[in-house]
Design a protein around this ligand. Sequence first.
Ligand code: SAM
Length: 264
Amino acid sequence: MLVYHLPGTFETREAHLDLLWEAGATGLEERAGLIRAYFDTRAELDDDIADGEWRDEVEQDWQAQFKATLRPVLAGRVTIVPPWLRHEVGAGQTALVIEPGMAFGTGHHATTRMAVEALSALDLGGRRVLDVGTGSGVLAIAAALLGAEHATGLDIDPLTIPIATENAEINGVPPGRVAFAEGSLGLGDDTDEVYDVLVANLYAELHDLLAGEYAAALRPGGPLILTGILTGKLALVRAALDREGFGDVTVREDGEWVLVTATA
Ligand code: SAM
């Protein structure tokens, strides 16, 4: 890929941009104080733009490079992998296949991993699980694979719903065991449905706002798993859980991230 590096920005070299196009540039890009002009072949350039430098750059396949860096993520009894690493899941581990894509939740973030670990530590057999802020569907799918009778994933971002649904299909979770819907708690259109387990990877301020909804959506004694909490915001979540009458609060930290469990 032939690129001509011209010092300056679109603003400072505005008068010279036409000269690049006239010389045959197929595209212009501004990056880090340089204008990058793409050419198919080396061109004769006007003196006004002769202060640049021709570079033959190796084309980078960022997508392929990113994919090559992904490793399986161990989270309790579950190993989260992209489809092409399914064969690397160890014996006795439950494979959770997530196609890395547009939605948050490949398992590589500490919060996702801690939440799957926390689900994995529960006996989910016959339980109904609610996952608030489902993203890729990873936590709801983990719950279903760990034996939950049914897992519901809610997300305010409608783009996540087809992604999560496809991830459930990839994992062979039948539609009767998992459901994804656009929505949240506390939007006024809630059903009165009560769940046995509630997991939410959101952020501290939202947990504070939703703590009352969590209490209403969980059966008494039901486990609550909250993450997406920065260590500096833990006090806010603890206070919200106290306020709403949750007990048995435990805290786990991983770097700057915290996972909190409690019971309703
Ligand atoms: N559950 C996945 C995981 O653990 O990796 C994704 C978590 S991601 C950090 C948070 C998700 O919550 C995003 O998909 C976002 O769209 C969604 N979200 C943000 N605010 C929300 C709300 N009030 N109710 C429901 N979902 C929300």
